[in-house]
Design a protein around this ligand. Structure first.
Ligand SMILES: C[S@@+](CC[C@H](N)C(=O)[O-])C[C@H]1O[C@@H](n2cnc3c(N)ncnc32)[C@H](O)[C@@H]1O
Length: 371
């Protein structure tokens, strides 16, 4: 059994959560770094990480790590990889990646050097003058950070936040991985009442329900590596079957609402696709007129920021009214994400804790109120 190194890129601020997910699920060699988490295992463990990770963005199989401060070092390092052990004579191997704080800083140049080195190696090994590249896709990824190159194959394909339940829309929705991170930070396990009064397309409520019911985020989708030929890929189907068998299906105290009927309809449809529509409540309601519970409950929500929807003044009016509406709810924990640095002033209460999280490129804070 060959043990490999894997890398899971993740949203800034979620590294600890991804590391915890991996450790909790019994993965070995887990190390959190800036924007990514490493672990070790065989290819079946790589497949399992794809299926179970709620907060990570993708799973990369590390092929090499070496010093590369010149194009020659990069070329030789890539050419030394035994590409022929993985990539067949007709397979496709596009290259993408990034450079950070390195002498090699031109991404297109590094991309073409890496491609050239892999092509040269494969042409020599297969005694071919031309590679068709019309077969299975092996996406090569690279990261050159502080003059150290890491070369990977991307096992995941469509990013892990694409669980398969969300419809395409222009709505200001948050990524499933961020919603799952918020649910994890709130330690929500399906016992107490959870409310998302600005549910949009329903991401937070759906992710909370899936986690509470043991529905693995990757148990209903496919991954790029399932087409690969150099390991036994039946493990993906076995994992899906095993995890699907353990899914629970029961009513949960999760309430999602939105003022916009189109959002309510979209949340219902996404919940239906996720297989949990009858496990949660989805209604149309104005968050600013709702009565919030006095008994132990939790709000996890993503109100308008005034960036992708509404202007900042409209968003702040919402925060002020929301703060008034929630006054006196002393047993209501609140986890509210927004990019507005002045949220606490408008909401009318200082958060017990703040955590920096990124919604795509937008820098946000998760404001946490424990009572
Ligand atoms: C940033 S979006 C939420 C996106 C959601 N987290 C998702 O993943 O799709 C904010 C939502 O707040 C809703 N909204 C705005 N004002 C509202 C109000 N007074 N009551 C309830 N919902 C409101 C909007 O319709 C919008 O769907």
């Amino acid at each position: 059994m060959t043990i490999y190194h894997f890398v899971v890129p993740c949203l800034m601020g979620t590294e600890g959560l991804v590391a915890d997910e991996l450790k909790f699920n019994g993965f070995e060699g887990v190390i959190a770094e800036n924007g990514r988490v490493r672990f070790d295992g065989d290819m079946a463990e790589g497949a399992r990480a794809n299926v179970i990770l709620r907060c990570g963005e993708r799973v990369l199989l590390e092929l090499a790590r070496f010093k590369a401060s010149t194009f020659e070092e990069l070329f030789q390092g890539v050419k030394a990889i035994a590409w022929e052990d993985m990539i067949g004579r007709r397979d496709a191997f596009p290259v993408k990646g990034y450079c950070l704080d390195s002498k090699l800083h031109s991404v297109p140049s590094c991309q073409s050097i890496i491609k050239k080195a892999a092509v040269e190696r494969l042409r020599e090994r297969y005694s071919l003058s031309w590679l068709e590249e019309d077969g299975v896709k092996y996406q090569i990824q690279f990261a050159i950070i502080k003059d150290v190159a890491e070369i990977y194959l991307d096992m995941t394909g469509a990013p892990l936040y694409k669980r398969g339940y969300k419809q395409e829309s222009n709505m200001a929705t948050i990524r499933e991985t961020l919603a799952a991170s918020m649910v994890k930070i709130a330690r929500y396990r399906g016992r107490e009442t959870l409310i998302d009064p600005f549910c949009g397309s329903g991401t937070i409520a759906i992710e909370a329900a899936m986690a509470a019911l043991g529905i693995m985020p990757g148990a209903h989708r496919n991954f790029e590596a399932e087409h690969w030929g150099f390991f036994d890929t039946t493990c993906f189907a076995d994992l899906r079957e095993e995890y699907q068998e353990n899914e629970r299906h029961e009513k949960l105290p999760i309430f999602a609402s939105d003022i916009d009927p189109a959002c309510v309809a979209m949340t219902r449809e996404n919940a239906r696709r996720a297989g949990i529509l009858d496990c949660i409540e989805v209604t149309r309601a104005d968050a600013l007129k709702m009565t919030y519970p006095k008994e132990r409950s939790v709000i996890i929500t993503n109100p308008p920021y005034g960036q992708r929807m509404m202007d900042i003044e409209q968003a702040r009016r919402i925060y002020r009214q929301l703060g008034r509406q929630m006054q006196g709810c002393t047993d209501l924990k609140k986890y509210i994400i927004t990019s507005d640095e002045e949220f606490e002033t408008h909401f009318g209460a200082k958060a017990d804790k703040k955590r920096k999280l990124y919604n795509g490129m937008i820098k946000c804070n998760l404001y946490m109120y424990f009572k």
